[in-house]
Design a protein around this ligand. Structure first.
Ligand code: SF4
Length: 289
């Protein structure tokens, strides 16, 4: 169960382990808890120093329903491409009712460049029909109402809640998932579990900014699959970086053949982990996770 006490405790134990320099020794003390908070605060301060505190939405929109549709289109697609497509799309379909009554095949062609266009077109039409029937054409503000719409999962709902209603919300996209893990704020793969970990670890007033900052970091420095750690201002507080440096030092101390064997094992593990992550990513196409 997400957010259960057992999950909480297990995660906290692991995070304290992480914060104890990545050693197997778990620092279960209050000091350990304080270390987690201190490091999280350092990360937040550094992000703020580098990127400021301005709220920015990367998907162009003029109102709530446009952002809703743009977010549905952004699943497995870059924001830049979505913005190109929506420029004409919102002129052709100027209201929720226009999408609700759209011809499926025609809409598929209109949104074709964003990928997964069969499903996206079907979802957009169903979502807009839901908006008209259930909410009088208005985009609702609660998580429950938003996720009751066709094609709308937690990620899309949280984008709307944060950007339109300014409700504290954590949006877990591919950048947020990858980098939060590298920074040691979660060890989860499932986006909903990542969301709960982040809500637990980050102050509420930083939830929206976390999305904005981490997406920017992910696009410019902490890229997948190879992060540019040499250029990164978070190097000193990053668990993934610390672990990799530690592994390099350990490898240096191992002589000859043993070193080769240790490197081979490490490479194999890395490869296996990469394949598992790719499979999970592929199997989780709903809502752009
Ligand atoms: S130090 Fe490297 S892994 Fe860590 S956040 Fe920066 S770029 Fe990403």
């Amino acid at each position: 169960m997400i957010g259960s006490k057992t999950d909480d405790n297990e995660w906290r134990m692991d995070n304290r382990k992480i914060n104890n320099g990545g050693t197997d020794k778990i620092d279960n003390s209050r000091k350990g808890q304080r270390a987690v908070k201190k490091r999280t605060k350092e990360i937040l301060d550094l992000l703020e120093q580098e990127y400021g505190t301005d709220y920015k939405c990367y998907l162009n929109h003029e109102n709530a329903w446009q952002l809703l549709i743009a977010t549905i289109l952004s699943a497995q697609c870059t924001d830049a491409r979505v913005n190109i497509v929506t420029k004409d799309l919102f002129q052709k379909y100027p209201a929720v009712s226009a999408f609700a009554n759209a011809d499926l095949k025609e809409l598929e062609q209109d949104i074709h460049p964003t990928g997964f266009y069969h499903n996206k077109a079907k979802n957009i039409i169903a979502c807009c029909r839901d908006l008209e029937v259930k909410f009088g054409g208005e985009v609702p503000g609660s998580l429950e109402d938003l996720t009751s719409l066709a094609g709308v999962g937690r990620k899309t709902a949280n984008v709307i809640r944060g950007n339109i209603f300014h409700e504290p919300s954590v949006v877990v996209d591919t950048h947020v998932k990858r980098i939060s893990k590298r920074l040691g704020l979660t060890k989860e793969e499932d986006p909903v579990k990542v969301e709960f970990d982040l809500m637990r670890e980050l102050p509420k007033d930083r939830w929206i900014l976390w999305n904005i900052h981490i997406i920017r970091l992910g696009r410019t420095i902490c890229k997948a699959p190879t992060p540019n750690c040499a250029e990164c201002f978070l190097q000193g507080v990053c668990i993934d970086y610390a672990n990799r440096e530690k592994a390099k030092k350990t490898l240096k101390k191992i002589p000859g053949k043993k070193k080769e064997a240790a490197k081979k094992t490490a490479d194999e593990k890395k490869k296996a982990a990469g394949k598992t992550a790719d499979k999970k990513e592929e199997s989780s196409k709903e809502d752009g996770r």
